[in-house]
Design a protein around this ligand. Structure first.
Ligand code: XMP
Length: 328
């Protein structure tokens, strides 16, 4: 059983637990054959693709998978904890957790240009991961959550696909890509069959630079906390209203802008939280979710009561185009 580099033209869409299980069995055999008694390194973000890759590798080679979870300080509330709970505590993975929050936020301090922010986050991520990789010895393989649309997009010249994540040259690995020939819905089907929690398997798209692009302008810790807390409230309330998994993407944004308010008879000068909820098929265009008004008001009340430094809550009505989904 060899790992396939190209999706066979006649491959049936994996749309049932039975087909997912057959794929898992094939891949476990393929991984064992490729890796032998070697060790495999993986950057585990907690996103669907890398989580499914991790679960497949744990099944195939157990603690010979070394998974590194880098917390860049821009993850959503509860995400690093979930990665540790699922992979270390439940699946007994060999997981290295790196809290690099201070490092990232120090580098980002005072930087307001969106592309510069993205570049700093990307470069720092590779540096932190490379430092961890250099501490380990005897690892010949690097697993990646490349999926079939990544290959198609890179062939079509739409998006450069960075093999080995742009690692420095002294770190050269043989790639292990067990979900390379799968479409996203198939990755989710396989993840479900591997026993990953629904919150991980069906999670909404989340950009690599994370909350960094939703803390518009130069990131500060207080505004980042306001984004994280308000996003957690939004997600909780959407889940309670049965909208989780139905609305394509929803999040909050806190721009670098204050406005006047009044609290206990005193003037305030505080941040605003913008709520965004959109539907899309492939993110190239998006429409606005018609969130029930009563739900919006409940979210507003909770944000005012629970999030520090906020005196205004707004709902974004912009579709894509003319707006993009994210703010930066
Ligand atoms: P935009 O803002 O371009 O976003 O309408 C389209 C979709 O892509 C996600 N997105 C990203 N995903 N890295 C990612 O992995 C990124 O830098 C990034 N920027 C945007 C966004 O969340 C939306 O789903």
């Amino acid at each position: 059983m060899q790992q396939l580099l190209v999706r066979p033209e006649n491959m049936k869409r994996i749309d049932s637990p039975a087909l997912a299980q057959a794929y898992i069995d094939e891949q476990v055999a393929a991984i064992r054959e490729q890796v032998g008694d070697g060790k495999v390194l993986l950057a585990l973000s907690g996103g669907v693709d890398s989580s499914v890759v991790a679960a497949l590798l744990i099944k195939a080679i157990g603690d010979r998978l070394v998974a590194v979870h880098v917390n860049h300080g821009l993850l959503r509330k509860g995400e690093p904890e979930q990665v540790i709970e699922v992979f270390r505590n439940q699946m007994h993975a060999n997981l290295i957790y790196v809290d690099a929050t201070d490092r990232f936020l120090d580098k980002l301090a005072g930087v307001s240009d969106p592309e510069t922010k993205r570049k700093i986050i990307g470069k720092e991520f590779i540096e932190v991961f490379a430092e961890e990789a250099r501490k380990l010895t005897g690892i010949r393989f690097l697993a990646q959550g490349t999926i079939w649309p990544d290959i198609l997009e890179s062939e079509a010249g739409i998006k450069a696909h960075h093999n080995a994540g742009g690692l420095p040259e002294d770190l050269s690995f043989e790639l292990v890509e067990p979900v390379r020939i799968l479409f996203k819905d198939e990755v989710r089907m396989v993840g479900k069959a591997l026993g990953l929690p629904d919150g991980m398997v069906y999670r909404q798209p989340f950009p690599g630079p994370g909350l960094g692009v939703r803390c518009v302008g130069a990131i500060t810790r207080d505004r980042l906390a306001a984004v994280r807390e308000s996003d957690a409230i939004l997600r909780e309330e959407f889940a309670a209203a049965g909208l989780q998994g139905k609305v394509w993407q929803y999040f909050t944004v806190v721009p670098d802008m204050k406005s006047t308010g009044i609290k206990n008879g005193q003037r305030t000068d505080d941040w605003m939280v913008i709520i965004r909820a959109v539907n899309s098929v492939d993110a190239t265009s998006a429409t606005i979710e018609e969130v029930p008004y009563a739900l919006l008001l409940r979210i507003r009340d909770r944000i005012f009561a629970e999030v520090k430094g906020v005196n205004r809550v707004l709902y974004d009505l912009s579709c894509k185009p003319i707006a993009t989904i994210e703010y930066e």
